[in-house]
Write a protein that binds this ligand. Structure first.
Ligand code: C2E
Ligand code: CA
Ligand code: CA
Ligand code: CA
Length: 279
């Protein structure tokens, strides 16, 4: 029995060690990957729900790993946050998005609004707003064409520093959106406390529509509340025509989802924008 117990202890210790080891190699991997240019962005278009016009795009990060292939952000963003690397990644994504905006702006009649996902450690930096506004100014993109998407988990830990950053950015014209709205907790108090310009309904609420029961009531109520607070509304995860019709009927302002397009390489976005998305 003692022998078995000892073997198990050794096995557990080895397992833990291996876990730490893979954690560590993923982290040093992120650091190296930034230097080696292995990250890239895809852009998922957003449409005006009334006119069907292309109005914006959300930048979504991907990691082209030399051995593992394309790693989705759900796998590495948390690691990057914990390792203190998300600021560097975030700055990179912002520069990249601004450059994409400039390319799109030269080709399209209407400039798009580019949405970028932001993590809590980024807005907790006292110089964040200054850095973002500085970069926009330096690279020549007016603030009203930038939208920052923040999740509720990022907001729950709000501090005076992050609030000051968001107020400064909003005052300069940057759009501030509460992402994954309704999936976290204390959403309603956030609507009151934070300097928001809009909310984004998570696809967990949107994709099941049309639904003649609770889902429909929940979405209707969220949209009604946002309208009363004069917040712009975006629905993500619109996958089929029935869902699109329902979300339009309920009065959501902007639509994003596979029914129009998956996240696209910049080149694909440009060529589809020129030839016209299906309406
Ligand atoms: P999110 O902000 O909620 O992004 C929406 C996710 O839903 C994206 O997954 C997108 O590809 C997916 N999606 C969009 N439309 C549809 C649809 O119609 N059906 C389905 N089934 N899915 C759809 P993705 O690209 O894997 O991103 C996952 C999450 O990673 C994002 O969730 C966001 O929280 C985070 N993320 C992505 N890029 C960044 C970044 O640059 N910085 C930070 N901090 N987080 C990022
Ligand atoms: Ca988002
Ligand atoms: Ca979401
Ligand atoms: Ca509205």
């Amino acid at each position: 029995v003692q022998q078995i117990a000892r073997e198990r202890l050794v096995q557990e210790a080895q397992f833990e060690w291996r876990q730490q080891d893979t954690g560590l190699s993923l982290l040093s991997g992120i650091h190296l990957a930034l230097q080696r240019d292995e990250f890239y962005l895809e852009y998922q278009p957003q449409f005006d729900s009334r006119t069907g016009a292309l109005v914006g795009a959300e930048a979504l990060m991907r990691w082209r790993h030399p051995a593992l292939g394309v790693i989705p952000p759900t796998v590495f963003i948390r690691e990057a946050e914990n390792a203190g690397l998300i600021q560097a990644l975030g700055q990179w994504a912002l520069r990249e998005t601004i450059s994409a905006w400039k390319q799109l702006q030269e080709l399209l009649d209407q400039p798009l609004r580019m949405a970028v996902n932001v993590s809590f450690p980024e807005i907790a930096d006292p110089f964040y707003a200054q850095q973002v506004l500085g970069l926009l100014d330096q690279l020549g993109m007016p603030p009203q064409f930038l939208e920052l998407e923040l999740t509720e988990t990022a907001m729950i830990r709000d501090t005076s520093v992050s609030l000051l950053n968001l107020r400064q950015l909003k005052a300069a014209g940057v759009h501030i959106v509460l992402d994954d709205f309704g999936t976290g907790f204390s959403s309603l108090s956030h609507l009151n406390d934070l300097p928001l310009t809009g909310i984004k309904l998570d696809r967990a609420f949107v994709s099941p529509l049309p639904d003649h029961g609770p889902q429909n009531h929940i979405v209707t109520t969220m949209l009604d509340l946002a309208n009363r607070l004069q917040l712009e509304t975006t629905a993500e995860g619109v996958e089929d025509i029935a869902c699109l019709e329902e979300i339009r009927r309920l009065g959501c302002d902007r639509i994003q989802g596979y029914i129009y397009a998956r996240p696209l390489a910049l080149g694909e976005l440009i060529s589809q924008a020129k030839s016209g998305f299906p309406q």
